[in-house]
Design a binder for this molecule. Structure first.
Ligand SMILES: [Zn+2]
Length: 199
């Protein structure tokens, strides 16, 4: 196809007027093509970034009182007991330190497991995220499944139940994005360290 100089001049002339719409159309088309080509694993990184921003905006309360967050270390990517991913934040604190709800929400499950010991699964108000607190020495008196909690409510005390060393009490804490079924035992872990570790 041959484009005449006149046609080119016309195109140049109208370019400025049509450009905003034209540019937007191209952007949308390019985005949908890109999405179609991106494998699901890469897409999940995008949703991970969005989840992280959502959590940052929530300004979650730190889950253990009396701890200096600048002394935290990031152990999310470490492994435990062989190849099992840690995928959590360990908060070293004296036994009996108060564990508080990082957000409003409700207690979805109180569960005793071999590894986690006494644990709490708390859902956020939108039931998008679950906050997991493990190795507790005890629950706050009267705490029960289904109970609503407010950010800052005491829900338990730091301990070493489960597979934590008895001479190293700590809170094992993580956040995970719940799946569509909103099951307390299913989700995608999100590293809590960067919410507090860099402050
Ligand atoms: Zn841990």
């Amino acid at each position: 196809m041959v484009i005449s100089a006149a046609a080119g001049a016309t195109a140049m002339h109208t370019y400025h007027l049509v450009r905003p719409f034209f540019a937007r159309t191209v952007t949308l088309a390019a985005r949908s093509e890109r999405d179609a080509a991106v494998p699901p694993a890469v897409k999940s990184y995008a949703s991970f970034a969005t989840d992280f921003e959502t959590l940052r905006r929530k300004d979650l309360l730190f889950p253990v009182t009396g701890v200096e967050t600048r002394r935290l270390t990031d152990t999310f990517a470490e492994t435990r007991g062989g190849n099992r991913p840690h995928e959590a934040l360990d908060v070293i604190a004296p036994r009996g330190s108060n564990v508080v709800a990082v957000d409003d929400g409700h207690i979805a499950k109180l569960f005793a497991s071999n590894r986690g010991g006494l644990t709490i699964y708390q859902f956020d108000p939108t039931q998008t995220f679950c906050y997991y607190y493990a190795h507790l020495d005890r629950y706050a008196p009267g705490l029960s499944e289904g109970q609503s909690v407010r950010r800052g409510d005491k829900i338990g005390e730091v301990g070493s139940t489960g597979n934590a060393r008895s001479d190293a009490p700590h809170l094992h804490f993580t956040i995970f994005r719940l799946g569509p079924e909103r099951r307390w035992w299913e989700g995608t872990p999100i590293n809590p360290f960067t919410l507090w570790g860099s402050r």
